[in-house]
Design a protein around this ligand. Structure first.
Ligand code: 5AD
Ligand code: SF4
Length: 436
């Protein structure tokens, strides 16, 4: 039997896709290698969202040459967004890559591997308007047996000016809700206690008369012991209806990822985000009204086209107002093919982007620490996930707000819920004690 090894870069959606890829190839008779060095095929599932993500993959691809010279039959393929973006160009530029496969072509992988085994190169990059892989039962790869991703839709057609995703993942399409509920129910039966529903913009999920609030209602009704999370929400589409459904189900986690990208209306307009700072703050207020204990996290981009110091100050000001629990913070990276690439100059100097990014990071660090200090003394229900990285004597888990709590293990068991009282903290972690 030939073995495959999958390496995954990028977003949660890619991790979910790798589980679909593993399933397709297992069905076709391939085994899973325990490490890259034992594989016949290495598949690298990639991200194209920023240039540094692509550079990391290129570096890894080149590094694999050494392994390939020791194992002459070993073939390397590039999958996902970078494969879609660069297509066969990638095989010309990296000549140890034998195949490229885009996000909607994974069903063709068994054929492609055969072709590659015969010594040919293969490229499949056609995008689809209907593919959702809804009949494929993912093989849980990186799983702890407790928490799993479920992809509920694919693609994006919001066309934010800076973003390559609409070009690499194609049109938005939703997956049949019955298959989603079935997958969640199966996971629960297998002992999983948390599912995260994934899409580029879950709020625009639509299947006949089922919208995202209805879907959440269906999944949350499976069992009160099954936690439900979701990502990502576009602020323009976050509805009160969803917040109502969340308020009705205590097993829908109190954590909303609401990427803001910028705190300046001028930038938001240029970015084609279709909301204003006022609209965004109104959505934050709605979250706090329906779900007073909900954490809010975000994505932000520093140094987008034409960003002035005033625009940047507006972003800092917004961060002070919202007081995010966590933020993913990025420097703007110009992506070929996007609206910004065609029409807007990448005119903020690299050092200035770095300076602005560091200012946001420093501010967010202070805010996260202050937020965490307020948690000291509170008690939370924690889904125990496993051993803490620091000590075998400690376990870690998350509360509904998605904050990590570390505590002495006592009699706690991974995969169960325990009450933990917060006793101290860092900016990233709450440290607590089991409540008996
Ligand atoms: N440059 C920097 N950050 C980007 N993102 C998307 N495209 C770019 C880009 N060209 C960020 C956005 C998005 C997150 C997934 O990645 O903040 O929400
Ligand atoms: Fe990119 Fe915007 Fe779609 Fe998110 S919503 S994937 S930022 S185009």
């Amino acid at each position: 039997m030939e073995n495959i090894y999958i390496e995954t870069y990028g977003c949660q959606m890619n991790f979910a896709d790798s589980e679909v890829i593993a399933s397709i190839l297992q069905q076709a008779g391939y085994g899973m290698a325990a490490e890259a060095g034992e594989a016949d095929f290495i598949l690298i599932n990639t991200c194209a969202i920023r240039d540094n993500a692509e550079q990391r993959v290129r570096h890894r691809v080149r590094e694999l040459r050494a392994l390939q010279s020791r194992r002459p039959g070993l073939r390397v393929g590039v999958l996902g967004c970078m494969a879609e973006r660069l297509q066969s160009r990638l095989m010309a530029e990296e000549d140890n890559v034998s195949f490229v496969c885009g996000p909607d072509a994974y069903r063709r992988l068994p054929e492609m591997l055969q072709q590659v085994r015969r010594g040919q190169k293969a490229a499949e990059v056609e995008l689809s308007t209907t593919e959702t892989y809804d009949d494929i039962e993912p093989v849980r790869l990186a799983g702890n047996g407790i928490s799993a991703y479920i992809s509920i839709m694919r693609g994006c057609q919001n066309y934010c000016a800076y973003c390559v995703v609409p070009y690499t993942r194609g049109r938005e399409r939703s997956r049949d809700p019955e298959t989603i509920v079935r997958e969640a129910r199966t996971l629960f039966g297998q002992g999983y206690r948390e599912v995260t529903l994934l899409g580029q913009n879950v709020n625009s999920y639509a299947w006949e008369n089922v919208g995202f609030p209805e879907l959440m209602d269906m999944v949350a009704s499976i069992d009160p012991q099954l936690r439900v999370r979701f990502a990502t929400s576009h602020p323009k589409d976050l509805s009160d209806r969803l917040l109502e459904v969340m308020a009705r189900h205590s097993n829908i986690c109190r954590c909303i990822h609401l990427p803001v990208q910028s705190g300046s209306n001028r930038m938001l307009k240029l970015m084609n985000r279709k909301y204003t700072v006022e609209w965004y703050l109104d959505r934050v207020a709605a979250i706090r009204r329906y779900l007073p204990d909900c954490s809010i996290t975000t994505d932000v981009i520093a140094g987008f086209s034409g960003e002035t110091l005033e625009d940047h100050e507006d972003t800092l000001e917004l961060f002070r107002k919202v007081r995010y629990d966590y933020a993913y913070m990025f420097k703007y990276s110009l992506r070929e093919g996007t609206y910004a690439w065609k029409h807007l100059a990448d005119d903020i100097a690299e050092e200035e982007k770095t300076r602005r990014l560091n200012e946001i990071i420093a501010l967010q660090g202070e805010i996260a620490l202050e937020n965490n200090r307020r948690e000291v003394g509170r008690e939370y229900e924690v889904l125990v996930e496993g051993e803490s990285h620091r000590s075998k004597e400690q376990l870690f888990g998350r509360n509904s707000q998605n904050k990590v709590l570390v505590f002495d293990r006592g009699d706690a068991v991974p995969g169960t819920y325990r009450r933990v009282r917060v006793e101290s903290c860092t900016a990233a972690t709450l440290i607590g004690r089991l409540v008996q």
